[in-house]
Design a binder for this molecule. Structure first.
Ligand SMILES: NC(=O)C1=CN([C@@H]2O[C@H](COP(=O)(O)OP(=O)(O)OC[C@H]3O[C@@H](n4cnc5c(N)ncnc54)[C@H](OP(=O)(O)O)[C@@H]3O)[C@@H](O)[C@H]2O)C=CC1
Ligand SMILES: Cc1cn([C@H]2C[C@H](O)[C@@H](COP(=O)(O)OP(=O)(O)O[C@H]3O[C@@H](C)C(=O)[C@@H](O)[C@H]3O)O2)c(=O)[nH]c1=O
Ligand SMILES: [Mg+2]
Length: 283
């Protein structure tokens, strides 16, 4: 009986495969989240000791025109997984996002703060959280933010790519949050599963984001500095970078309850060096 993971190619899924070599990772050929019943069937067939959902619809702007699909993948499918797990008493670890919040104020959001997503992706992820909680089984929802890794598409890789052709970039400076490397998120999922195994009482929603909080512009500067790229970054307001989906200005997550899972916030600067090294881009 091996651990069952939804997702195989994603940033977090790949890092989980390094930490859970005996687990079974389901790609979309085996379990397509746009057809949620396949997810329930996969769990019934495997009867695993633990299920982790690392698959999601993550294209924030595209979700604005594909909200129905995003809601099936991010909302309904996790609901089917969670109900199947609850029925069998299987612990379920699910990942969510800072984009469930409206980004108001300057204080870090606590896990129990009211949610009010600004866009379709955030609404679809909030729907998933609500389904998982309503299923009533032992679970941990881990909200994270600004994920980066050597794999997949993310801000770090976008910045490195743009630096090949641009000496100057304009980057939004009025959105602040915690960049989080995929490796530590995978480790946090494993720790959450361990904590759930010891006590169902840890069931709940937790925040796990890299420290310190930073703007996208300052994150870009740090990437270029550590990669030794000569790119000048100009601070701009979000209004000067129009996108189909609005993003929260304040993505700060209060991570203090992580101590219940026996873990702490990772420092994204050290993780950034590891990722740049993996990419052969560390100065
Ligand atoms: N990326 C980020 O910045 C953030 C992500 N998160 C959350 O973290 C979790 C992991 O995200 P991350 O690793 O970055 O995601 P990625 O975008 O890197 O990977 C998403 C994964 O989901 C799979 N997937 C997408 N659609 C389907 C489908 N219909 N059926 C089966 N699998 C599907 C993809 O498979 P395929 O390769 O076949 O498309 C891929 O393996 C998600 O819950 C996400 O919402 C939270 C905060 C920030
Ligand atoms: C490329 C570029 C982006 N930006 C801005 C746009 C945006 O506000 C910010 C980050 O761009 P991204 O496209 O990486 O952001 P985005 O895809 O919204 O990232 C989000 O993804 C989802 C899945 C999450 O759950 C969130 O936590 C968050 O990581 O940088 C610039 O200002 N200038 C630029 O040249
Ligand atoms: Mg993106």
């Amino acid at each position: 009986m091996s651990v069952l993971v939804f997702g195989r190619t994603g940033q977090v899924a790949r890092e989980l495969s390094r930490r859970l070599p005996g687990a079974r990772f389901l790609g979309r050929e085996e379990a397509d989240l746009s057809d949620p019943d396949t997810c329930g069937a996969a769990i019934r067939a495997a009867a695993p000791p633990l299920v982790i959902n690392a698959a999601a619809y993550t294209a924030v702007d595209k979700a604005e025109e594909q909200e129905t699909l995003a809601t099936i993948i991010n909302g309904e499918a996790p609901g089917v997984m969670a109900r199947e797990c609850a029925a069998q008493g299987i612990p379920f670890v699910h990942i969510s996002t800072d984009y469930v919040f409206d980004g108001s104020g300057e204080m870090p959001f606590r896990p129990d703060a009211p949610c009010a997503p600004l866009g379709a992706y955030g609404r679809s992820k909030l729907a998933g959280e609500e389904e998982v909680r309503a299923a009533g089984g032992p679970h941990v929802i881990l909200r994270t933010s600004w994920v980066f890794s050597a794999h997949g598409s993310n801000f770090v890789k976008t910045m490195l790519r743009l630096s090949e052709s641009r000496g100057r970039l304009t980057i939004v400076a009025d959105q602040v949050g915690g960049p989080t490397a995929a490796g530590p998120i995978a480790s946090a999922c494993v720790a959450a599963a361990g904590a759930l195994g010891r006590s169902r009482g840890v069931t709940g929603t937790y925040h796990f984001a890299g420290a310190p909080d930073v703007s996208w512009a300052d994150f870009a500067r740090e990437i270029f500095s550590r990669a030794g790229r000569q790119v000048e970054v100009e601070d701009i307001p979000s209004a000067d970078y129009p996108t189909p989906a609005r993003r929260p200005a304040n993505s700060r997550l209060d991570c203090s309850s992580l101590q219940r899972l026996g873990i702490t916030r990772p420092d994204w600067r050290a993780d950034l060096d590891h990722v740049l090294k993996d990419l052969g881009a560390l100065a």
